[in-house]
Design a binder for this molecule. Structure first.
Ligand code: ZN
Length: 436
């Protein structure tokens, strides 16, 4: 019955306990983090400045080198500045930082916008793909991210929304009051669980002409998984997603790519939910309870459910989390294609995915300002540069700085240190390549 390639699957399953690192290194202090070292790492391992230099310059007037416009944008996204205006239009406070990463004339914000608008998204995407390939070659995810499984999440990220500004690539929707809203949305795939968190790819949804509805999340989600699979092979063992993705064509794509889906179930009207509820109610599938973070977790776990149109049977798991102090209860449901992942590991996957701080979706919004419109003409290019910066920063912190995870240095502090570094030291010698 099962059409997943179980043999291949096992190759990617590792025993979690044997891959855990021993905790010997001492705690680090902030002095160990240096923007200089991060940039050297970005250059020597990922060839970021080199690749930015290779981007095609389609501008008619080339008074300022293209590199002098795009490289600083990458750097300031990495430093999590909230707008280009802050960086390029307030010369007094930013003068030194700009001088420390740009050789020659400091560009005006309009020149930056023009250049970004003419940058090819596909070429920019190529840099992200190469970065992810490089990370995979280094076997960063080999031990899995949760319970020995490489766990990735997929979700839509709304980039910004406006009622006035509109471009040819805007998606549209009507608000409750009948007003038109314009927005951009990307489907993002990121690892979940252990650090570093890595963004594996994104798929920008396209608008459609006339009466046809714009592309939906499911379309983008399917396309993204297929693209990532063709680019990187078995890039994850498990795809975690919310209830929207409990959809036969989507599940088929995941299974075809030899991965398992874990879907959070919320909609109580779904038939599969009602069927399971009846069985669980009569005590079927009851598992040994377990304890996590002061909560007792009861679990019901049954296989053999059908979804119309899907050949494979699905497994439904229900959890009741009870806070031992307050007595507060919370129910969590999921549906999975997996026959073998332990119910405690499935719980952890849910927990990590929807942990308020510990996921890339949250970081992108809160720290990287992914929902801010930096430049409407270049939404995709900027988002891609942001994702590349995200990955390199994660890799530097968690793979290059021993003990960073336990140091409890906050993300805000890291940004402050890096911004101070750029204020204090000229880093052009790293960014500029011979003859550039
Ligand atoms: Zn737009």
């Amino acid at each position: 019955m099962e059409c997943i390639n179980t043999q291949k699957w096992h190759l990617f399953r590792y025993n979690y306990s044997t891959t855990k690192k021993t905790k010997k290194e001492g705690a680090i202090n902030e002095k160990k983090l240096e923007l200089k070292k991060l940039l050297i790492y970005a250059k020597s391992v990922y060839h970021i400045p080199q690749k930015i230099k290779e981007l095609t310059d389609k501008r008619a007037r080339k008074t300022i080198p293209f590199f002098n416009l795009i490289m600083p944008v990458f750097l300031f996204l990495l430093l999590q500045y909230e707008s280009f205006h802050t960086v390029f239009s307030s010369p007094e406070s930013m003068r030194k930082r700009l001088k420390h990463c740009i050789r020659g004339r400091i560009p005006k914000v309009d020149a930056i916008r023009d250049a970004l608008g003419l940058t090819d998204p596909e070429e920019t995407e190529g840099i992200l793909t190469a970065t992810v390939s490089r990370i995979q070659k280094n076997a960063v995810l080999r031990g899995g991210t949760i319970g020995g499984y490489v766990t990735a999440a997929i979700d839509g990220v709304e980039l910004f929304c406006s009622r006035k500004k509109k471009c040819g690539k805007c998606l549209t929707r009507k608000t409750a009051s009948g007003e038109m809203e314009y927005f951009h949305k990307s489907i993002v795939c990121t690892t979940v669980g252990s650090n570093p968190h890595l963004i594996l790819g994104q798929d920008m949804l396209d608008p459609r002409d006339g009466a046809e509805k714009d592309e939906g999340e499911l379309t983008g989600g399917k396309r993204l998984i297929e693209t990532l699979y063709s680019q990187h092979g078995h890039f994850a063992d498990v795809i975690v997603a919310d209830g929207l993705y409990l959809n036969v064509p989507f599940l088929r794509v995941v299974l075809k790519c030899h991965m398992e889906a874990v879907i959070r179930l919320k909609d109580e009207r779904r038939l599969i939910f009602q069927d399971a509820e009846k069985l669980f109610g009569s005590g079927e599938g009851k598992k040994e309870p377990f304890y996590r973070e002061g909560k007792k977790i009861d679990c019901w776990d049954l296989d053999g459910f059908e979804l119309e149109g899907l050949q494979e049977k699905l497994r439904v798991v229900r959890y009741r989390e009870k806070n031992e102090k307050t007595g507060e209860e919370k129910w969590v449901w999921l549906v999975t294609t997996s026959k073998e992942i332990d119910y405690k590991i499935l719980w952890k996957m849910m927990h990590k995915r929807w942990d308020i701080e510990e996921n890339a979706f949250h970081q992108l919004k809160t720290y990287y300002h992914a929902d801010h419109c930096y430049c409407h003409e270049a939404v995709e290019v900027i988002f891609l540069l942001m994702l590349i910066a995200f990955n390199i920063r994660e890799m530097y912190l968690y793979r290059r700085i021993h003990g960073f995870e336990r140091s409890k240095i906050t993300r805000k502090s890291v940004t402050r240190i890096f911004r101070d570094d750029l204020q204090a030291e000229n880093l052009c010698w790293i960014l500029y390549i011979e003859g550039g």
